[in-house]
Design a protein around this ligand. Structure first.
Ligand code: CJB
Length: 816
């Protein structure tokens, strides 16, 4: 439904449609529960988005335009209903409809379970990018996987993380999705390569021994105030036939159903690792399944539109979101070579002008490699093609650096030191026309430290596109009061033109505006405090500083540094009679990968410290610690508008960009952060006075390592640090059970403190002390907070997408 159609929004027809959908759920308005109403609302709205999706798909101008295909194993979209209502321009109309049925819209929206089809930043970025593509009408299709279970649900038992399956579709199915059986693909696995003699030529062709059906489900990505709706197409693994007929007829029922069981497992669950490659066969199967189905669909669309194969790069570009879909490169080569019988050079020319690759991390443990023997078994023809790509590539390397064996070794797609492994990142760089990092600093480090030889071999190929966030979800929807206040001052065009926020900078010292701005913050803090009271039974003081660290649990993100600061505050409150501090609530929310033991120990430690501090009457409401369980997009939508302080404290050089930093700054929080990732660019925008930078920068980290780092020196030289660490060993936080928190102590003391928490501790405490004193000056704080909101317009994902469009994809917007 478009703004044009909005005028024609037919309330009574819509109400009838909702009632009709209730009937299909076996309910009447009298018997329906809140959930049924939510489902009926979603289904009634989805009728409109589906029809716009199909119309967009069949739009001739779009078929004739170049599209981007965003390939990602993760799309962390979050709830769609509220967001789509905003994009459709129907929020107020629908609020009126549901109130006539006797409900509040926000209560109804709470019924939706988040589709958690991603782990963290990488998956959320993909969702923001789809939103910005649709908002600006750059033709796009998102390709992902239709996991039956998303990221696990997290709860705590005696402080320890428990995981439960996330059945996000619930029994009734997800109201926004539509299955597209006419677009199903078939994907092969295993088998052998046949050599076929034909007209005096031999050619090679893969004969898979297992076939699985890829069934697409489309979710609507609704353009902001437009009728453009692009698909997020998610592939589900299904058996081609429900059972093997021969075995069925022989009465071997178990074997007969094996195919269905195998196929059903393929997209059963999202792998819960973030920034970590676990190397499981089923994961490689998911990756290939995703790539093959997506490449098949892209070629179908291209050929259906009547374009020649050779023109593929003129009409389609394929963005690889990290290395997870790399296998799409040899898959496209295979289809061009073996199915369309193109020559190697022609196929390579097409393929290498079609793919582009985004690198999201420098962490060695996250850089994917696959065992050559595993790949040769699962995808024998692809392995041959990879060898051929590598063989030709190494000839180029030898031509550039004659006789340099080391260059050959580091650049080769195959790592042959030890078990032979396929390096997916190398394959991506070789097979792509553009490679980008996700923030200026990160992209420099990709060139300087990760791929210096590639940068020399292919000058200009490695670029930067700084990440961004969608202002529709991360300001307009999640912070309606601040949105209204901004619109009052500068009009309501800013959600599509975030740079306009700069105009509110002129009100940074306007007393009335400061008052209104801080009143909004206070209401948002109250909303979060109410949530905490209801769900965790902790009473919070909303005059306290709300100090927030929300992100995946990872040593490099240093939640344990934050914890040490919390412990140091507690220590001082108890042991220094003259110590005074501005009241503070420190919020954490984070999931740990189920197999990441230390991350789980850190969660446990935070929970135990929280329990002790929150129940110590000597502390009063000076300090509270809240670990919000089951962090997810819908929770972020409540926490972010309430944050005063945003913790972005990774060890410099480790966080590629960060996007939570952008969301909190946009909502008027001040960052305490290292010179890492996008913090560097946030500082450039907001200015030194409006951000709290601390700790070693990348050069400092390298210099310290060179010199030799000894965490125990820090321990012995800094009494407050020592006291804080020691309390992890005794039973301060685990009464009667000393030693339970030792893993966290050991991670910095016995394991050499790989992320330099102790080296940065003193400066971190200094920065927090500055925050403590600045916050007391409410005028000063309001000034800084307003400037954060005003000056981070650069971080709209609309700008990121325009950078991709201009510097990489070369697309034109098609207005419908
Ligand atoms: N990132 O979320 C992930 N998972 C990975 O496996 C690798 C990187 C994150 O991607 C975000 C989007 O680019 C970045 O903002 C973040 O720094 C990075 O850790």
């Amino acid at each position: 439904m478009t703004p044009k159609q909005q005028h024609a929004f037919d309330k009574s027809a819509f109400k009838a449609s909702m009632t009709q959908h209730l009937t299909q759920l076996g309910r009447t308005p009298e018997t329906a529960e809140m959930r049924d109403w939510y489902l009926a609302l979603g289904r009634a709205l989805a009728e409109h988005t589906t029809s716009d999706l199909v119309a967009t798909e069949n739009d001739l101008a779009i078929k004739q335009a170049k599209s981007v295909n965003y390939l990602s194993l993760e799309f962390l979209i979050g709830r769609l209903t509220g967001n789509n209502l905003i994009s459709m321009g129907l929020y107020d109309e629908i609020a009126a409809v549901v109130s006539e049925f006797g409900f509040g819209l926000t209560d109804l929206l709470e019924q939706e379970r988040d589709p958690s089809l991603g782990n963290g930043g990488l998956g959320r970025l993909a969702a923001c990018f789809m939103d910005s593509l649709a908002a600006q009408q750059y033709p796009a299709v998102g390709y992902g996987l239709h996991y039956e279970y998303g990221l696990f649900r997290q709860s705590f038992k005696d402080g320890a993380q428990q995981e439960a399956p996330d059945a996000w579709r619930e029994p009734e199915g997800y109201p926004w999705e539509v299955v597209r059986p006419d677009l199903a693909q078939t994907v092969g696995f295993y088998g052998h390569v046949a050599v076929i003699e034909e007209n005096g030529h031999t050619r090679r062709e893969w004969v898979p021994s297992l076939h699985i059906q890829a069934m697409p489900w489309d979710l609507p990505i609704v353009g902001y105030q437009s009728n453009t709706v692009y698909p997020l197409r998610l592939w589900e693994g299904r058996a081609l036939t429900p059972f093997a007929l021969d075995a069925f007829n022989d009465g071997d029922y178990t074997r007969a159903q094996q195919a269905a069981i195998d196929a059903g497992n393929l997209t059963k669950v999202l792998y819960p690792n973030d920034n970590h490659d676990a190397g499981k066969t089923l994961r490689l199967m998911q990756q290939y399944f995703h790539s093959a189905a997506s490449v098949g669909d892209i070629l179908r669309r291209h050929l259906d539109a009547g374009h020649p194969l050779a023109a593929l790069p003129d009409y389609e570009t394929i963005q690889l979101n990290d290395t997870h879909p790399t296998i799409a490169i040899p898959e496209l080569m295979r289809v061009l070579l073996d199915e369309h019988h193109l020559s190697w050079d022609d196929a390579w020319s097409i393929s290498s002008q079609t793919f582009a690759y985004t690198n999201h991390t420098l962490l060695p443990e996250a850089l994917e490699t696959w065992s050559e023997s595993l790949m040769a078994n699962l995808l024998p023809r692809h392995m041959e093609i990879i060898f051929e790509i590598n063989h030709r590539f190494l000839q180029d390397v030898a031509a550039k650096w004659p006789g340099d064996v080391r260059k050959q070794q580091v650049l080769s797609v195959i790592d042959d030191q030890g078990e032979r492994m396929v390096r997916m990142a190398n394959l991506c760089v070789i097979g792509s026309y553009a490679v980008n990092g996700v923030a200026a600093l990160h992209s420099e480090l990709v060139k300087r430290d990760l791929f210096p030889e590639f940068d020399a071999l292919y000058p200009g190929r490695i670029q930067n596109v700084t990440n961004g966030i969608t202002p529709r979800r991360w300001l307009k929807f999640c912070n309606p009061d601040l949105s209204a206040l901004i619109s009052e001052k500068i009009g309501d065009q800013w959600p599509a033109h975030l740079e306009q926020l700069e105009q509110i900078a002129q009100y940074a010292d306007d007393k009335a505006f400061q008052k209104a701005f801080m009143a909004v913050k206070k209401r948002n803090k109250q909303r979060l405090a109410d949530w905490v009271k209801t769900h965790l039974d902790i009473t919070l003081n909303t005059d306290a500083i709300f100090d927030v660290q929300i992100k995946r649990l990872h040593e490099y993100k240093r939640q344990h540094l934050n914890l040490l600061h919390v412990i140091s505050l507690y220590h001082r409150l108890i042991h220094e009679p003259n110590f005074d501090m501005t009241p503070r609530v420190v919020f954490f929310a984070a999931k740990a990968a189920p197999g990441y033991a230390l991350a789980k120990s850190i969660i446990f430690a935070i929970n135990k410290v929280a329990e002790t501090i929150n129940n110590d009457p000597r502390v009063g409401d000076k300090l509270k610690v809240v670990f919000i369980p089951d962090y997810r997009v819908s929770m972020a939508e409540i926490i972010i508008p309430a944050a005063d302080v945003s913790e972005q404290i990774s060890m410099a050089g480790k966080e590629a960009s960060g996007t939570g930093n952008m969301k909190m700054a946009l909502n008027g929080a001040l960052t305490i952060g290292t010179m890492d990732g996008a913090n560097v660019e946030i500082r450039e925008e907001v200015g030194d006075d409006n951000i709290y930078i601390f700790g070693l920068d990348v050069e400092g980290v390298n210099a310290l390592r060179e010199k030799g780092y000894h965490p125990d020196h820090e321990y012995h030289q800094q009494p407050l640090l020592k006291a804080s660490l020691d309390s992890l060993l005794d039973d301060t936080f685990t009464p009667g059970h000393p030693g339970l928190l030792r893993p966290v102590f050991d991670s910095v003391m016995a394991s050499g403190d790989p992320y330099l928490c102790l080296a940065d501790f003193a400066d971190y405490v200094r920065a927090h002390n500055q925050i403590d004193s600045d916050y007391r000056d409410s005028t000063l704080w309001a000034h800084k907070a307003i400037l954060n909101t005003a000056l981070v317009g650069k971080f709209s994902s609309d700008r990121s997408i325009r950078d991709y469009v201009t510097n990489i994809w070369q697309l034109k917007a098609v207005k419908r």
